[in-house]
Design a protein around this ligand. Structure first.
Ligand code: PEP
Ligand code: MN
Length: 337
């Protein structure tokens, strides 16, 4: 349930309410909006204790949250969440594009891709150092060495880094090097990992599971927020359907649906969603047109030699041309890029 406080409630009263919430075995989650301060009372059957809070002077009114996810829901927070990293605002007016190879391969290659991506207007460099591969015999990533290359690319270009963490043990090391922690589709329901990144002090990009419903996706995000990390980006990356013409089916329905249900920023990853280079520009444009706040894209200058996901990687030149087109789409929906 949500407690909406009376205007100008002093801090000591807010603290008192939070303490009471904890005493009752729930977790208080404070959200200071432009006009009102609300406190989420989060825990099983919290609503049964409604009377206790109703009797409090500072509480203006109480609203139950009807959805199973609470902190993630628009019922809890009306305004869009904007995540600020350095000068970048994720979830604001500007569309943020992250580009880079599927896997971090060599330092030279990563720096080359980062320089090109930056020139084309990308704001982040992507690349996996820990790779979740279907085959145990496929390239598994460079590990910490790859993270160091990413950090170097940030230093050289000013691009922010986004990279995947695959298990709880890696959270410390990945957090040390990255700006945004990526949770891959295959780990969307790895609840221990979600709890761990919930305790991290870096934003998290959570990818939708290959067969996850939107509700399951939002419940996974709830794990991260309820552990204290409110900076979560939700990323649609395609789901399994009966269709085989593309690698996955990019569920762009999810974008407006999630925007209605949640205040969190939404990204789309057309590279994995489609899996075929040729279709990426069309689906990138569609993603922006339907309300995405950002894109995650794979770019590689020699896709035929890429360690992973070559067939869906755009050439830097193609990426550059596409970015110009995306800018027009962004402007047509009142956004910038
Ligand atoms: C990736 O971004 O390289 C990746 C492995 O994505 P996903 O988890 O969506 O398959
Ligand atoms: Mn990939």
């Amino acid at each position: 349930m949500i407690l909406t406080l009376k205007p100008n409630t002093p801090k000591k009263d807010i603290d008192l309410i939070c303490r009471k919430i904890e005493e009752l075995g729930f977790k208080p989650h404070l959200s200071k909006g432009k006009e009102v301060i609300v406190i989420g009372v989060i825990g099983q059957n919290a609503i049964l204790k409604k009377d206790i809070f109703e009797a409090m002077d500072a509480v203006a009114f109480i609203t139950p949250i009807s959805k199973p996810y609470k902190l993630v829901s628009r019922e809890f927070k009306k305004e869009n969440t904007i995540i600020k990293i350095d000068n970048l605002k994720i979830g604001g007016k500007e569309i943020i594009v992250a580009a880079g190879p599927c896997s971090v391969e060599t330092k030279e290659l990563l720096l080359e891709i980062a320089e090109d991506a930056k020139k084309s207007g990308a704001k982040m460099i992507r690349g996996g150092a820990f790779k979740p591969r279907t085959s145990p015999y496929a390239f598994q990533g460079l590990g910490e060495e790859g993270l160091k290359y990413l950090a170097e690319a940030r230093k050289k270009t000013g691009l922010l880094v986004i990279t995947e963490v695959m298990n709880v043990k890696q959270v410390g090391i990945v957090t040390k090097y990255t700006d945004i922690i990526q949770i891959g589709a295959r780990n969307m329901q790895n609840y221990d990992l979600l709890k761990e990144v919930g305790k991290a002090r870096k934003p998290v990009l959570l990818k939708r599971g290959l067969s996850a419903t939107i509700e399951e996706f939002l419940m996974s995000a709830e794990y991260i927020l309820s552990n204290g990390n409110y900076d979560v980006i939700l990323c649609e990356r395609g789901i399994r359907t009966f269709e085989t013409a593309t690698r996955f089916t990019l569920d762009l329905n999810a974008v407006p649906v999630i925007k209605k249900l949640s205040h969190l920023p939404v990204f789309v990853d057309p590279s994995h969603g489609v899996g075929v280079r040729e279709y990426i520009p069309a689906m990138s444009k569609a993603s922006i047109a339907c309300g995405a706040d950002g894109l995650l894209l794979e770019v590689h200058p020699h896709p035929e030699k890429a360690f992973s996901d070559g067939p869906q990687s755009l050439l830097p030149k193609q990426f550059d041309v596409m970015m110009k087109e995306l800018r027009l789409v962004a402007e047509s929906v009142g956004r910038g890029l």
